[in-house]
Design a protein. Structure first.
Length: 299
C-alpha cells in the first residue's frame, strides 16, 4: 500500500462491500509482503493506533476478508488485490475503524544478534516496519457524540509530576475534542494550572488518558480540578442528533457524560453545566520520602 491512504465505505448491517488494495514495493529489491487486517484503537493520549497483526480481530479487522495475504512484489512494482468487508447483521449504527497493515515478515536473517546486557544478560531487538491504510466503515443510523470524564489522578514521571485526565469516547462516532482545565488548592481559587487543551481523533467506545504537566515537586495537600471537554465530530461526519445532557456531577464525583447538540456552540453551552470537579491528593509526600531515602543512601 503506497504511502498514506484510507478506505471509507457505507454499509448496511448484513451487507458485504467489495474493495481493491494496491500493495506496492518502493524498495530496490523484490520482497514477499504480507497484508493483515487489524482493528483500530485510541492511543494512550488520543489519536488512532492500530493493533498488531497477531492481535485478536473483533470489529473491522474481523470483517475484512482478503483474496490473498502474501504477495511477491518486484521493485518499483505493485500488486492489486481484492478484499471484502462483511458487516455482521445487527451491527449498531456508528463509525467503525480498522486497517490493512502491510509488512515484510521478519525472517531469521533479519533478526538482530543478541547483545550483552548487565549482569551477563542478553537481549535482542527486532524492528518490524509496517504500513497501514485505514478502513472506515459507516453503518447508517443515529449518530451520537459524547465524552465521559471518569476522573483524574496525580502521577509522577522522571521529568515532572502530571495531572492525568481519564476520558472515554462513549459515542458511536470518531471524535476530537477541545477543552479547558483549571487546578487550584482545595481552599483557594487561585489557579495553579489553567489553560486549554485539545484531544486528537478518538475511536468510539474507547478509553484514553490526557496528561497535563505540573511541576517537579508539588506541595503536599489537596487540590481541586475543574475540566470542561467539548466533543467535536471528525470533519465530514454526518449530522448528529441532539441528546439531553446528563445532570452536572457534584463536586468530587468522577464522571458526567458530555453530549453535543446540533452545533458546536450548542455543545459548548451544554458543557457549561456538564463539567467535572475532582479533588486530587497529590503524591508530594511520596516524592519527599523518595528524596529522603535518596539522601540517606548518598550519606
Amino acid at each position: 500500500m503506497p504511502g498514506p491512504g484510507y478506505f471509507v465505505v457505507d454499509a448496511e448491517p448484513g451487507s458485504t462491500v467489495s474493495q481493491y488494495a494496491l500493495v506496492s514495493n518502493t524498495g530496490a529489491a523484490a520482497v514477499e509482503a504480507q497484508v493483515v487486517p487489524v482493528d483500530a484503537v485510541t492511543s494512550d493520549t488520543g489519536g488512532i493506533a492500530y493493533r498488531l497483526p497477531s492481535d485478536p480481530r473483533q470489529l473491522v479487522g474481523g470483517w475484512v476478508s482478503l483474496a490473498a495475504s502474501r504477495f511477491q512484489v518486484e521493485p518499483g512494482k505493485g500488486v492489486v488485490t481484492p478484499f471484502t468487508i462483511s458487516v455482521p447483521a445487527g451491527t449498531p449504527p456508528g463509525q467503525y475503524v480498522g486497517g490493512l497493515t502491510a509488512f515484510v515478515p521478519v525472517g531469521a536473517t533479519q533478526q538482530s544478534q543478541p547483545q550483552q546486557g548487565q549482569a551477563g544478560q542478553q537481549f535482542a531487538v527486532v524492528v518490524q516496519t509496517r504500513s497501514v491504510a485505514a478502513v472506515e466503515v459507516n453503518v447508517p443510523g443515529l449518530r451520537r457524540a459524547a465524552f465521559t470524564i471518569f476522573g483524574a489522578d496525580g502521577t509522577y514521571q522522571p521529568d515532572s509530576a502530571y495531572v492525568v485526565i481519564r476520558v472515554r469516547n462513549t459515542g458511536n462516532v470518531l471524535l476530537q475534542g477541545h477543552g479547558n482545565v483549571v487546578v487550584t488548592r482545595a481552599a483557594d481559587s487561585t489557579p495553579i494550572i489553567a489553560g486549554p487543551f485539545t484531544v486528537d481523533t478518538t475511536v468510539p467506545d474507547s478509553d484514553f488518558t490526557y496528561p497535563i504537566r505540573w511541576t517537579r515537586q508539588p506541595d503536599l495537600g489537596r487540590y481541586r480540578m475543574h475540566v470542561e471537554l467539548a466533543p467535536t465530530p471528525k470533519p465530514g461526519t454526518q449530522p448528529i442528533l441532539l441528546a439531553t445532557p446528563n445532570a452536572a456531577p457534584r463536586a468530587g464525583t468522577p464522571g458526567g457524560a458530555v453530549t453535543p447538540g446540533t452545533s458546536l456552540l450548542t455543545a459548548v453551552l451544554a458543557l457549561l453545566g456538564v463539567v467535572i470537579v475532582v479533588l486530587l491528593t497529590i503524591i508530594a509526600l511520596q516524592l519527599r520520602r523518595r528524596g529522603a531515602h535518596t539522601g540517606g543512601m548518598a550519606g
